[in-house]
Design a protein around this ligand. Structure first.
Ligand SMILES: [Zn+2]
Ligand SMILES: [Zn+2]
Length: 346
């Protein structure tokens, strides 16, 4: 089979590998779609901490496929279509027992610490299968859309942490794929106004298509004016910072209404992760400031259900599809910022 292997910074090589065979408790999935994420671009660029040695691992963690072969003692059956949730943990620590495998002391993930989905076939290990990461689904939904269960699951965790309720005024910073998913989720939660703050004009248009009620560029005062326009003179109820910009984090605290919830959803670059924040804003407005990262199985199942029910049009994020042989071009396209999501279909 073919596998796209990380061999060092800037070097992803399509290699021939033996097709994996499932041992007891293991499953081999024929990959139908694996979408390219910002994390994959960081990996390709040699900037991911799990890929320091370049020992030849396969990235790709947003995976949909068909069960090809199963080992003994496995509930899923060959031929079943599955979404593969990438994150798993030790399974024993307090956080794993609460289902927060993404926060396990030894977090592991397909495409990060184990071989992932940019290959013809994917071996899903016994621990991952046992933790319920294979999620079967019925119907003939586009596998590319199903692969986007993973980013939607990340957004669901972020959105849930903000406790959006009916009639809330919600601000989303950043109109990339994740920002658009946050807009969709805020709409489902009943927000009365959803304002996208995004410097790129094309992305602002997409934000409006995805349900934002207003979209402003990031020039000083633009967001404040938009909040005034919807009568939110004392600020927004919820602000989700889905862009790695410290100034947006600081502004979010300024523009939050009393009792507002602010999520620093995007991490800042590791070497520039200190921001100057006016913490009195948190104190005197009784703000709740949270962060969320990655996905777990319960959020993936919730995301898969939303996609299957057609309540979040995740497939509309896909603007390019490429085969494995065109993976370098797919990565280039994904890195150009000109398309929202690129899916590799082996
Ligand atoms: Zn991802
Ligand atoms: Zn654990």
């Amino acid at each position: 089979m073919r596998a796209l292997v990380y061999r060092g910074p800037g070097s992803l090589v399509l290699e021939e590998r033996a097709q994996p065979q499932p041992g007891p408790g293991e499953v081999v999935v024929k990959v139908q779609a694996c979408s390219v994420c910002g994390t994959d671009l960081r990996i390709a660029g040699g900037k991911h901490s799990a890929y320091i040695d370049g020992t030849g691992r396969v990235p790709g963690h947003e995976i949909a496929g068909t069960v090809a072969e199963v080992g003994t003692g496995v509930a899923v059956k060959a031929g079943e279509r599955v979404f593969v949730a990438p994150n798993f943990g030790c399974g024993r620590c307090r956080l794993c027992r609460r289902g927060l495998v993404n926060l396990c002391e030894r977090p592991r993930a397909l495409g990060i610490t184990e071989d992932g989905g940019f290959a013809d076939y994917l071996l899903v290990g016994q621990e991952i299968v046992a933790q319920g990461n294979l999620m079967p689904f019925a119907g003939d939904l586009d596998p590319g859309a199903v692969a986007l269960t993973e980013p939607l699951a990340c957004a669901i965790r972020g959105s849930s942490a903000c406790l959006i309720t009916r009639d809330d005024v919600v601000v989303v910073y950043g109109g990339g794929p994740i920002g658009l998913l946050h807009i969709a989720l805020a709409g489902l939660a009943g927000a009365s106004a959803i304002i996208l703050c995004e410097p790129n004009a094309g992305r602002r248009v997409r934000g409006l298509e995805w349900g934002a009620t207003a979209a402003v560029d990031a020039t000083p005062g633009s967001l404040k004016a938009a909040l005034d326009d919807v009568g939110a003179r004392n600020g927004a109820d919820v602000l989700i910072v889905a862009t790695p910009v410290a100034a947006a984090q600081a502004e979010a605290l300024e523009l939050a209404a009393p009792c507002g919830r602010v999520n620093f959803f995007a991490g800042l670059p590791r070497d520039r992760s200190r921001a100057e924040l006016d913490t009195n804003l948190i104190h005197y407005k009784e703000l709740v400031v949270v962060g969320t990262t990655a996905s777990n199985n319960s959020a993936c199942q919730a995301a898969l259900d939303l996609i299957l029910q057609g309540r979040v049009p995740a497939g509309a994020l896909i603007e390019a599809r490429r085969g494995l042989a065109s993976a370098p071009e797919a990565f280039e396209l994904a890195g150009s910022g000109q398309v929202l999501k690129v899916v590799i279909e082996p």
